[in-house]
Design a protein around this ligand. Sequence first.
Ligand code: NAD
Length: 266
Amino acid sequence: MPGRLQHRAALVTGAGSGIGLETSLLFAQEGANVLLVDVNLAAAEKAASIIAERFPGIKAAAFKADVAKEQDIKAAVDKTVELFGRLDVMFNNAGIMHPEDDNALNTEERIWDLTMQINVKGVWWGCKYAILAMRNNPIDEAKGLHAGGSIVNTASFVAVMGAATPQLAYTASKGAVLAMTRELAMVHAREGIRINAICPGPLKTPLLMDFLNTQEKRDRRLVHLPMGRFGEAVEVAKGALFLASDDSSYVTGTDFMVDGGLSSCY
Ligand code: NAD
């Protein structure tokens, strides 16, 4: 059976770890060629070597880029088109949760600015250059390739509800990602470009485990989780695959919750 992303080209940011890594593996498994973008080149290269070993025939290349820099994102999109001839799927996933992020009284402006630069501007620029590339995607009906594409932006459950452990800059940044996604989806829907946000709940990845760095902090977060456990990155990757593929052809502008029920329960 052909994969759900057969003949497609994908770019994943933050591909060296957590959600980005698991999603890159899933995209490759479903037939996509993938540009693995990360500020940590060694991690992206490791991801590329896993794909080469597990999925022969799939093209995967590591690319060093800092999503906080517009030129880096442009270069990554250009590289995808150069290597694979098109860009069908853009996963704007890289983000940070700074260990010094705190409440309104304690968060320093430099932490706020850094968080916004990566989490918000990085997604804006990722969308900007993906839209420009997707407009030029060649149509190939025999291969099921159409114009336009799918952009998936990683927001968070904190985009729709307050976090119990204060992280004001992060929460504000993810609210911005969700709001931006909705407007972009409206504006570009008639070009065949779907733009969705995926909103993970608390996951067992380095990003959150480094932030909740004591058992007490983890236990405090666990109290709020209906399933009584942190999620796995691969559980979010499966949602990202749905949004990336034609399985979600009538879905755009959504906040796709993969949060173990957190946002629906009290
Ligand atoms: P992670 O720390 O496991 O992986 C993040 C990856 O992004 C790393 O490889 C890192 O090197 C890369 N990265 C960081 N800054 C970058 C930059 N400026 N440019 C390029 N690459 C950069 O984190 P994760 O848990 O997989 O998080 C991925 C996304 O999911 C983030 O946007 C995060 O905010 C979001 N998210 C995570 C959780 C969670 O609980 N882990 C929950 C909701 C949302």
